[in-house]
Design a binder for this molecule. Sequence first.
Ligand SMILES: Nc1ncnc2c1ncn2[C@@H]1O[C@H](COP(=O)(O)OP(=O)(O)OP(=O)(O)O)[C@@H](O)[C@H]1O
Ligand SMILES: [Mg+2]
Length: 224
Amino acid sequence: MRVRLEHVTHIYPATDESPPVQVLTDVSLEIRSGDFVVVMGASGSGKSTLLNLIGAVDRPTSGRLFLGDQETSSLPESALTMLRRQSIGFIFQFFNLIPTLNVFENVAFPLSLNGRGRGEIDGRVREVLDRVGLPHRATHFPGELAGGEMQRVAIGRAIIHRPSLILADEPTGNLDSRNGEMVLDLIRSLHDESAATVVMATHSDRAASRGDYIIHIADGQVTR
Ligand SMILES: Nc1ncnc2c1ncn2[C@@H]1O[C@H](COP(=O)(O)OP(=O)(O)OP(=O)(O)O)[C@@H](O)[C@H]1O
Ligand SMILES: [Mg+2]
């Protein structure tokens, strides 16, 4: 999936307690379909904000954002929800698994939301658990897993519906180096197998070296 930003500015509005925060200023950017892009920048520079805008979780204050040929910045919320469920996979620093669902159910969750049948879901979840190396953990709960395993479950959940865009926000930020490497290997090989576009935010040079190229955010600007 191709990603395009045209003159995007993003400002978190003021609240009763806080002034507005301008994070992106007139950013134009194109990410080609199938690219593996790494986003780097200091803490607070706007990496998560950029990922949330690309993933249609948030809307830019001004400017236009396209996923493929669709201008997401002007789509109604219902259409964005459908687009996220069908085409986008999210991976987070703190895994964000649902604690009351077991591994199988966590991975199956996006397919359940998409209304797929039991048989299809069972087959696909087994395939994905094999792929992330956790076929023996299907009935365990997130609280019973190590961090690296939780992230592999979360990656399974992110790819179960074969998204054309994968957004990873510091996916190794909460892992030791060995598990971090394992997760990066997995994301890289899933990218190479699927030709999905991957946008990954990270603080780690090691992680950044796994992408095709790096974009930097500082002072509201994105540079390549
Ligand atoms: N909902 C919000 N309301 C107001 N300000 C926000 C909100 N979310 C983020 N910000 C501010 O926007 C700026 C960018 O935040 P963002 O989370 O995108 O940074 P980041 O680069 O992901 O940082 P980190 O590396 O720490 O994850 C920060 O100054 C942050 O405080
Ligand atoms: Mg962040």
